[in-house]
Design a protein around this ligand. Sequence first.
Ligand SMILES: [Ca+2]
Ligand SMILES: [Ca+2]
Length: 500
Amino acid sequence: MLKKLINRIREGLKPVSKKVKAVISAMALLAILLPSTVNVEGTKAVSGTPTPRFNYMQGDVEMLRAAKPGDNYADPISAQNGDKVIFLVYFHNGVEGSVAHNTKIRVDLPAGETNKVVATSYLWSDETPVINDTIVNGQIVGQTGQTINLTSKAKIRYVPGSTRMFVNGDQNGKAIPDGINTTNGINIGNINGCWQYSGYLTFQTEIFGNTQVTLDKAVSHLGSSTWYEQITATPGETVAYRIAVRNDGELTAASILIKDRLATYTSYVNGSTYLYNKSTGATTGQKMSDTLTTTGISLTNIAPGNDGVSYLVFKAKVSDSIPAGTYSLSNVGEVYIGTALQDRDEARIIVESTSTIHLNKTVYDSDTRSWEKIAQGEIGSIESFTVTVTNKGNVVAQNVVVKDILPMFALLYGDIKLDGVVLTATQKAAFLGSGLNIGSINCGASKSITFQVKVDGCPPLGETLITNTAYSSASGISEVTSSAQIRIQMNAPIVPIYMK
Ligand SMILES: [Ca+2]
Ligand SMILES: [Ca+2]
C-alpha cells in the first residue's frame, strides 16, 4: 500500500481523493509510532517527489532568442540604433510529477555601449541549479545566450512593464513584474513538470544611444575664479578663456577636435593652454600644444555626463596699441567630431581704448631752484627748459612727435638732450623745426627733452615775457602744446647823479 501511495504522491498532479488523504494521515501517524528504520522509509515517501529539470528533453527549443517586431525569433540577429528588440525565453520542466518551486528567470543585458550585444539567460528554481541554455543530449539547442549585431555603437535597455508570460500555448500572455534583468531575476512561481506547464517569457528592449557634444566658452580676469560671458578688459591686459566641453548623449564621443577663433586685437599667449578633466585633475591640468587657435586640439574621447566634462583653459593678450575707441571683441570656441561641427559658443571682452598724451614745459628758476612755468632772466642769462611728454591714455602712444619754436630773444645754447642723450644735428633741426619723432611711449611713461637758451637781443623797455612753446602729437592723437616763460625787465639808463 505504501508503494502505491508513493507512486500516487509522485504523480502529484491528479486531485487527491478523500481516501488517499485518509491514508496519508494514517501514514503520518504511523511515522510517529513506527521505529526509526521504518520512519526513514516513511519520510522518503512524503518528501521524495521527483526532482524537476528544465529544458533538456527532445523537442525543447532554444532557451533565449530575440527578434525585431515582425521578424522571426532568431539568434543571432542584427539591429541598429532606434530599433526595438523583443527577447523570448523558453522554459519547460520536463519531469512529470515534479514541481520547480520559485522558478526564476534572469537575462543579463550589457550596460555599456557596444557594437555587439551579448545577452545571457539564467533559469533556476528552489530544486534546480542554474542553467543558461536548453541542452539536449549534451548539445546546446541553438546558440547560447543571445547575440545582437549592431551597425554602430549603441546601448540596450529594458522597456519597463514589458515582461509577459505565455504558458501552454497561450497567445495573450499575462503581465509579469519588472526585474528580469536584475541579479535575482524574476520569480515566475512554481512550474510543474509536463508540456502543458511549459511556456515563454517575453520582454522588450530598445537599442539607443547618441552623442551630443556641447561647448561653453567663458572669460575671466587672471587670478579670478569666476567665469563670465563678458568682461571689461583694458588694452594690454592678459585675460583667461575657458572652453568647457560636455557630452549630453548616451554614448562616448570620440575624435573630438576643439578650436578657438581669436578676435582682432587679441593674441594667443604661447604655452598657456591646459586641459582639466577627471583624468588630469582639477588643480594641475595637463599642458597642451599651442595649436588651439590654429589646427585645434584633439581629445581622445568625451564620456557621457559629468564623467567626461573637459575644460581647456588658455590665455590671450589684448593689444596695447589698439586704436582709440570702444570694442566688443568676441572669441568663438568650436567643437567638432571628426570634421563635423557639433557646437560653438562665444565669450566677449569689452575694451575701451583711450589715447591721450600730456605735454608739460617748464623753465628752471634759479631763485627758487625749481622748475616753474615762469623764471626771471636778464640779457645774457642762460635759462634751462624741459619738455616732458607723458602717455596718459591706456594704450601705447606711437610715433610721438615733439617740436619747439624758439621765440625772439632766446637763442639755443648748447646741446639738446632726449632723456639725457644728446641729439644729432639732424634731430636737433627736426626738434626746432618740423618736429622730432621720439618713438612710442608706454602707458603712464614719459620722455623728456632738455635744452638751454641764452637771453639775447634788445627787448623793449619794461617787462617782457619771452614765451617758449612746445608742441607734441602722436599717431591718432592730435597736437597738444605747453609753454614756459622768461620774464625780462628792461630799464632806461638812470640819470647819473654827478655833483662835484
Ligand atoms: Ca540563444
Ligand atoms: Ca559663452
